[in-house]
Design a protein around this ligand. Structure first.
Ligand code: PNS
Length: 165
């Protein structure tokens, strides 16, 4: 059975992520979407909340599982019997960091290959950071995040703004 992992912060999942999930799920028997920790980023949602939002968004894909790991991707892949990591590439700006991570992951786990899917041109501009910025200014989120989670993103943004005064 071919098993691939699509790792990310998913804070929150965007329509760009969902497009990669849909396409990658067609290429493997099983796709594990794994919420992981990016030590350079602070969160809008906690990891368990991100997992819940993702699970709601991928319900229609029977071979997609959502999980969380606070460890190294290379170790997690070994544990789950996966030898492919899937990543989306939006623009040249993603390339350098993504290739660096792919090389490190293969050094840590020589069985692990990283495969890149070119982002759909519809979503090359889209990131979780952009979603947070749009939510802050009250923009309509319908074009950015799965409809199942729009209300959650709007609500969390209002809560954060109240907290910050
Ligand atoms: O969505 P992101 O923030 O670009 O995803 C980055 C992520 C979470 C996949 C990356 O930071 C990661 O793999 N974190 C797990 C820890 C790890 O294995 N780090 C070594 C890779 S350099």
């Amino acid at each position: 059975m071919s098993v691939a992992i699509y790792p990310g912060s998913f804070d929150p999942v965007t329509l760009g992520h969902l497009n990669i999930i849909k396409r990658a799920a067609r290429c493997f028997d099983k796709l594990i979407v794994c919420v992981m920790v990016n030590s350079n980023k602070t969160g809008m949602f906690t990891p368990p909340e991100r997992v819940e939002l993702l699970r709601r968004s991928v319900k229609r894909f029977p071979n997609v599982e959502v999980d969380f790991s606070s460890g190294l991707l290379a170790a997690y892949a070994k544990e789950r019997g996966a030898n492919v990591v899937v990543k989306g590439l939006r623009a040249v700006s993603d390339y350098e960091q993504e290739v660096q991570m792919a090389v490190i992951n293969r050094k840590l786990n020589p069985e692990l290959e990283t495969m890149f899917l070119a982002s759909s041109e519809k979503y090359t501009y889209l990131s979780s950071t952009i979603v947070k910025e749009m939510a802050r200014y009250g923009a309509c989120l319908g074009e950015f995040v799965p409809r199942e989670i729009i209300a959650d993103v709007e609500r969390r943004m209002r809560e954060l703004e109240r907290k910050d005064g």
